[in-house]
Design a binder for this molecule. Structure first.
Ligand SMILES: NC(=O)c1ccc[n+]([C@@H]2O[C@H](COP(=O)([O-])OP(=O)(O)OC[C@H]3O[C@@H](n4cnc5c(N)ncnc54)[C@H](O)[C@@H]3O)[C@@H](O)[C@H]2O)c1
Length: 358
């Protein structure tokens, strides 16, 4: 992998044994795989820990094509604390980014124990490594679900009060932040960050990696692209009479590559931080777009007519929310660069490439 880095500095650091590994749990997943690429581009050596329970091993081929070599892969359950301990004892790990978790709101309502076991136990397992190795910075995948339905102002900042989410999935993120808070309270030298993601969409422009849902997609964009590819007869938009710009729900859609870059900035920040912290940072674009606007943008940018219909409101759906991103700019010097047009184009190119559509 070494000589594919363009930066001479990276080669120098590697030769002198100064380039350290970043452990990326859930690194074969949607956001994890894109973050692996951005870590590599920034000169880190990402090591993926994933047991492929919600991803496909073909992701490693796609990553290899982008990186020029196969990344190091640890095919293990993040709940296997003994394995983690042994790996970290034998390798120099300069950071941990923890993506590995289940993420489907509806499924978490049907099977809450599955979510509590994996999302909470997995977090506790990896945090034990941080507690035992306090020099290792840690980044956690949190979510805007911790805000619930914002009252009044639809733009939420990190100071906006959290509300207890209604779904078990959302609650695992709420609780995850609290667990990290409690750990930090007990060990004030730890360097920790929770990134509250808004709605990641899009794919890598190389078409080598992208969102690869197992079974029926829970998120909007893969449902759109799969409908365009003929896998579903039509797309249902849940609700058309909400008090929003066009009656459909409003979200802050962020290109997954921008989101991946935010992780590199988060890690850079923590590695350089002199004092312990548990920083909480919104990662979005700062703009809300309605579901219908995304559908229309997809149709326009890709010159495709989508078959869609309006269905009933979905219980538990937040009506409108988008991020205040001032703190991400201030703390990390990061802001999103890509547009929804980029995201819908990249997502469709990715879908076409995996379905061999011209
Ligand atoms: N995608 C979103 O819309 C979104 C929004 C906010 C937050 N998040 C959070 O970001 C993280 C990543 O999301 P994603 O969209 O990339 O999900 P994903 O399902 O695509 O990726 C998660 C990866 O973790 C792996 N994994 C899960 N449990 C594991 C375990 N116990 N041991 C080893 N590997 C395990 C899966 O196999 C998968 O490859 C999750 O924590 C999710 O809750 C996602």
């Amino acid at each position: 992998m070494l000589f594919f880095h363009t930066s001479k500095i990276v080669e120098f650091l590697y030769l002198w044994g100064m380039l350290k590994k970043v452990l990326v749990t859930g690194g074969a997943g949607y956001i994890g795989s894109h973050t692996v690429v951005e870590l590599f581009n920034a000169g880190y050596e990402p090591v993926l820990l994933d047991d492929f329970r919600n991803s496909n091993e073909s992701v490693i081929d796609g990553l290899s094509n982008i990186l020029g070599d196969r990344p190091e892969l640890l095919k293990h359950d993040v709940c296997n604390t003994d394995y983690l301990r042994d790996y970290i004892r034998k390798h120099e790990v300069c950071g941990i980014i923890h993506f590995a978790a289940y993420k489907a709101v509806g499924e978490s309502v049907e099977n809450p124990l599955r979510y509590y076991q994996n999302n909470v136990e997995g977090l506790v397992s990896i945090l034990k490594m941080v507690s035992e190795n306090p020099e290792i910075p840690f980044v956690f995948s949190s979510s805007c679900t911790v805000y619930g339905e914002p009252q009044g102002q639809k733009e939420v900042s990190e100071k906006t009060p959290k509300t207890i989410p209604t779904s078990p999935y959302g609650f695992t993120k709420w609780l995850g932040e609290k667990i990290i808070d409690d750990l930090f309270f007990s060990q004030k030298k730890l360097r920790l960050m929770s990134l509250r993601y808004f709605n990641p969409i899009g794919a890598h422009s190389s078409t080598q990696i992208g969102e690869l849902p197992i079974g029926k997609p829970n998120n909007l964009l893969p449902f759109i692209t799969q409908t365009a590819a003929g896998l579903h007869e039509k797309l249902t938009i849940f609700g058309d009479s909400y008090p929003t710009i066009d009656g459909t729900c409003v979200r802050d859609y962020i290109h997954v590559v921008d989101l991946a870059e935010a992780h590199v900035k988060a890690l850079d920040y923590l590695i350089n931080a002199k004092d312990g912290c548990h920083e909480i940072v919104n990662i979005g674009t700062g703009n809300g777009s309605s579901v219908l606007q995304v559908v229309n943008t997809f149709e326009k940018v890709n010159d495709i007519k989508l078959n869609y219909e309006f269905g009933p409101n979905r219980p538990g759906d937040v009506i409108e929310i988008y991020a205040n991103v001032d703190y991400a700019k201030k703390l990390l010097g990061w802001s999103a660069k890509k547009t929804i047009n980029d995201a819908v184009k990249d997502a469709w190119n990715w879908e076409k490439s995996i379905r061999s559509i011209k």
